[in-house]
Design a protein around this ligand. Structure first.
Ligand code: UT7
Length: 325
């Protein structure tokens, strides 16, 4: 029986400097700003500089989250990096991040659930903290999807971008059921039968090469709305809250149309939905913490607010977290 709770004590993010606009893309493949905006809501995305790695993005986001939390390297005993674009096949990017941040205690590992990686990582870190396996976790979503895109495939290369976001979760005594701050509930799901709708056509054990992202966009879209709705309904049912109790809905930023369709289906008013997809595209595991960070920085998300996240991605994987901020 798990006791205690995991409280968010800091949140940070990092985006690479280089902006790639839809107009830039229209000079590279047969596409247009109108098509990309109408179908996805994306206007621009960030691209990591040459030599700038997933670990660099993760370290910057992690550092920002630690500063917001008023904590230093000695306070962290778990580093979890959700990524599908690690620096190397091994070791884990998380181990590099741990070393770069000067964290000399505790454990570190990567979590691979593609776009759902951050939602999974919050669920995993929360259960580890409540089980006493760690006291303070730095949970990071970091990606350099620009490195796995086929830049000649207009159906995919216009949708993704690079970035990182991070949370610090701290183990505290008490029970979230009584309205205290902390991760209230998580729901994690996957269905491996749907691999061929969204995957990378390479890997160490299959081709020996990194490969490129392949996606059947329309099919993924269809599953996304159904799966996200299921995740949200389940996490609410598990926690006993209703959709009206949610202060902020912070979805995976894949496509504005998916965001709008799921919010409508779930009955969440648009003013409660945090959307950042226009300015960074789909950054996979980084997208939820990037959006969280924006809404914390601009003062929308405040202590005590009930915040609902969700994500869906390759695997398929999907899930949601309900957090009393
Ligand atoms: O985070 C992981 C999850 N991933 C997602 O959530 C992505 C889910 N899917 C989507 O977001 C959308 O399906 C897309 C944005 C990928 C595509 O939108 P769509 O409305 O489903 O378009 P479509 O794939 O059905 O393509 C419509 C047309 C096609 O032409 P034809 O066959 O109708 O002549 C495509 O070839 O648009 C064409 N097209 C493009 N045209 C201009 C595809 N990509 C482009 C492009 N520019 N970049």
């Amino acid at each position: 029986m798990m006791t205690g709770r995991s409280v968010v004590v800091g949140c940070g993010a990092y985006l690479p400097a280089r902006v790639l606009t839809n107009h830039d893309l229209a000079r590279m493949v047969d596409t247009s700003d109108e098509w990309i905006v109408e179908r996805s809501g994306i206007r621009e995305r960030r691209i990591a500089a040459e030599g700038e790695l997933t670990s660099d993005l993760a370290v910057a986001a992690g550092q920002a989250a630690l500063e917001k939390a008023g904590l230093s390297a000695g306070d962290i005993d778990l580093v979890l990096v959700a990524t599908a674009t690690p620096d190397r096949t091994f070791p884990a990017t998380a181990a590099r991040v741990q070393a770069r941040l000067g964290i000399l205690q505790g454990a570190s590992f990567d979590l691979q659930a593609v776009c759902s990686g951050f939602v999974y990582a919050v669920g995993v870190a929360d259960s580890m903290l409540r089980n006493g396996l760690a006291r303070r976790a730095l949970v990071i979503g970091a990606e350099t999807f620009s490195r796995i895109l086929d830049w000649t495939d207009r159906a995919t290369c216009v949708l993704f971008g690079d970035g990182a976001g991070a949370l610090v979760l701290e183990a505290r005594p008490g029970d979230v059921g009584t309205g205290e701050r902390g991760v209230v509930a998580s729901y994690l799901r996957s269905d491996g039968r749907l691999e061929d709708l969204l995957y990378v056509d390479g890997g160490p054990s299959s081709t020996g090469k990194v490969g490129h992202l392949r996606m059947a966009g329309r099919e993924v879209f269809r599953h996304a709305v159904t799966n996200i709705s299921e995740a949200v309904e389940t996490v609410l049912a598990r926690s006993g809250y209703k959709i009206e109790d949610i202060a902020w809905f912070v979805p995976h930023q894949a496509n504005q149309r998916i965001l709008d369709a799921t919010a409508r289906r779930l009955g969440i008013p648009p003013e409660k939905v945090v959307t950042t997809v226009a300015v960074h595209g789909n950054t996979s595991a980084a997208s939820v913490p990037l959006a969280l960070s924006v809404a914390v920085e601009d003062g929308r998300i405040r202590e005590g607010d009930l915040v609902l996240t969700e994500a869906m991605g390759g695997g398929f994987t999907w899930g949601a977290n309900l957090i009393r901020w």
